[in-house]
Design a protein around this ligand. Structure first.
Ligand code: ZN
Length: 315
């Protein structure tokens, strides 16, 4: 997300204990009152690691000229894979255009959830760490979502603004476009940082249950130490009893990955019925017993849940 060193970490608000069933969140200060999440429930021993895949037109030019070999930090992916760590990756449209196969494999990997990081990483509000501004805010969100959907088949529901620079009207726009704004309460500061221990220390100093940690997966000269820092962060967080989940999971929301379909009673019964019919053909005089067994099986079969209304209303 950030192209320049992150600003000083804001003081973490003190939250009253929330009941487990109600996920307590903190609104982004600049968009108070509109859903923009800095963290998930403080009651769950889980954190959400997030990785932004930036790509500005300038970065794309560096890639095309060979000045930068790659803007995909494969090491980050490998560490998460090896450790079985779930994470959320926010892709820009330009990055997705440059790495469509990687984008698709990330979306297909059950470890990862895909979010939107705008089309070309232009700032929605200025000043924003030297980023160029945009005059087409809706286009920035939609073009990127279109690009991600074309490459991965998944329409992103979560949005992180470039540089975390936005205001209330931007979160309202995101909401109209079906996306929920995700900020974070821990900024790793891995942009332009050559010290893995420093990045790890920043994260571990600020990490708490429910944290959303902002890191990067574009690597190269802009985020060179994310991988080594991650190798330090994972065991230290686990030693504190913290596990890892996607943003949607720690917010208690349905993610971009639909849940597996529940088998209907018919699907459960069909093979059983066919087996029993076959058995009954081979034997004689068992008709009543077969019917009785079928009725019992039908009574025991799982019922398809109706789902809650809120499942269908969430953006
Ligand atoms: Zn970014």
């Amino acid at each position: 997300m950030l192209l320049l060193p992150a600003p000083a970490q804001a003081a973490t608000p003190v939250l009253a204990p929330a009941p487990l069933t109600l996920l307590r969140t903190v609104d982004h200060p600049a968009a108070d009152g509109i859903a923009a999440f800095d963290n998930g429930s403080r009651q769950l021993a889980k954190v959400a690691l997030t990785f932004d895949a930036d790509m500005t037109p300038g970065m794309l030019a560096q890639l095309q000229s060979g000045q930068v070999r790659s803007w995909y930090n494969r090491e980050v992916r490998d560490v998460l894979d090896a450790e079985g760590v779930r994470a959320t990756v926010f892709l820009t449209g330009l990055w997705t255009q440059a790495y469509p196969e990687v984008a698709r494999s990330l979306a297909e990997d059950p470890l990862f959830e895909i979010g939107n990081h705008t089309y070309d990483h232009a700032a929605f509000r200025l000043p924003c760490y030297g980023l160029a501004g945009t005059s087409d805010r809706a286009g920035e969100i939609q073009r990127s979502a279109d690009q991600i959907q074309a490459a991965t088949g998944v329409r992103p529901r979560l949005l992180r603004f470039p540089g975390d620079c936005y205001d209330r009207s931007d979160t309202a726009l995101a909401s109209q476009l079906g996306e929920t704004v995700i900020s974070g309460d821990v900024r790793a500061g891995d942009g332009f940082n050559n010290s893995a221990p420093a990045v790890a220390a920043t994260v571990l100093r600020n990490l708490q249950p429910g944290s959303i940690v902002i890191m990067h997966i574009h690597g190269g000269p802009n985020a060179p130490m994310t991988g080594p820092a991650l190798r330090m962060i994972l065991p230290a967080a686990r030693a504190r009893g913290l596990g890892f989940a996607t943003v949607s999971e720690i917010l208690g929301r349905p993610g971009s990955r639909p849940p597996p379909p529940v088998k209907s009673a018919e699907e459960v019964l069909r093979p059983l019925r066919q087996q029993m019919l076959g058995d009954s053909r081979r034997t004689s005089g068992q008709g009543n017993r077969v019917l009785a067994a079928l009725r019992q099986a039908r009574l025991r079969a799982p019922r398809r849940p109706l789902g809650r209304l809120s499942d269908h209303l969430l953006p």
